[in-house]
Design a protein around this ligand. Structure first.
Ligand SMILES: [Zn+2]
Length: 285
């Protein structure tokens, strides 16, 4: 095909004008099949935006090929789904719905402390259900991740995002965590904690009630959600030595707010999952 340039006319020019419009020509061109100064300006602008094209205002083979490539977008990567298993959690990414699931298998050991009756099996089931509900409400769907890198996967998802969700399953086989669940008297207290190196979590029945820890403004903390923060790799922030010591309303401090920094461990692990692909937290919902 001949090089299209100022003065060219016809169907090929019409197609060029329509394609330039799809490739964000500003102002939009009239699709009239007449290559005038506005069409030339749009060609130049497109060439400028797509190095290493020569900026000459002529629509030759290189410019037309680049235009075609720009409109078809990056090719869908051959592999759209990934998983990564670690000692403390598994990661499951599905490209089709742009979701990342973080799964933990918890092996519960139910105990009592103080003047309470033995756990019934319904109470045990309810304890898990309630705990998972609190975790999902606090953390699920909050982290929105952007993707960058040189892989086909990264190029395809360059302008898209992934949302992180959480799943906790009671399961002994392949357990990530041993969870000591203490039934304690109503209004009683016990120290809930997470031992990262031993992969142990201690929770109690009073952790299911939101509690005012002193964050201010009536903000209450869900202890189970705070402890889960430790189980996804986050340190306490209320300690004077922590850089975010003053952010009282943070969930890893005394409050309930999830911050970008709280995805650090997750992102570090995800960044080992797909070669030449880097995740970063774009926003927190
Ligand atoms: Zn803590």
């Amino acid at each position: 095909m001949a090089v299209l340039k100022q003065g060219s006319k016809g169907k090929d020019v019409e197609r060029l004008q329509a394609d330039l419009n799809k490739a964000n020509a500003k102002p939009k061109l009239a699709v009239d099949g007449i290559f005038g100064p506005l069409t030339e300006a749009a060609v130049r602008d497109f060439q400028k935006r797509h190095p290493p094209l020569k900026v000459d205002g002529l629509a030759g083979p290189n410019t037309l090929a680049a235009l075609k490539a720009a409109l078809s977008g990056p090719a869908k990567p051959a592999k759209m789904d990934y998983t990564r298993k670690t000692k403390r959690m598994d990661f499951e990414l599905t490209g089709a719905n742009q979701k990342i699931w973080v799964r933990q298998y918890w092996h519960y050991i139910f105990k009592t402390k103080g003047a309470v009756k033995k756990w019934t099996s319904k109470e045990q089931k309810d304890f898990h259900k309630e705990t998972e509900k609190i975790i999902r409400k606090a953390w699920g769907g909050k982290f929105v991740l952007a993707v960058s890198g040189t892989s086909d996967f990264a190029k395809y998802f360059k302008d898209k995002t992934f949302t992180v969700f959480f799943d906790v399953d009671p399961r002994k086989k392949g357990k990530h965590w041993t969870v000591f669940a203490l039934k304690i008297p109503k209004g009683g207290s016990n120290t809930s904690k997470v031992n990262w190196s031993k992969q142990e979590i201690t929770l109690d029945t009073e952790d299911l009630q939101p509690e005012d820890k002193g964050a201010g403004g009536g903000v209450k903390m869900d202890v189970a959600a705070h402890e889960f923060g430790h189980a996804i790799g986050q340190p306490d922030e209320y300690k004077a030595s922590n850089a975010f010591h003053a952010h009282k309303k943070s969930i890893m401090n005394l409050g309930n707010q999830v911050k970008k920094r709280h995805a650090k461990h997750l992102v570090d692990e995800l960044n080992k999952m797909i070669p030449d692909t880097t995740f970063s937290v774009k926003s927190v919902k």
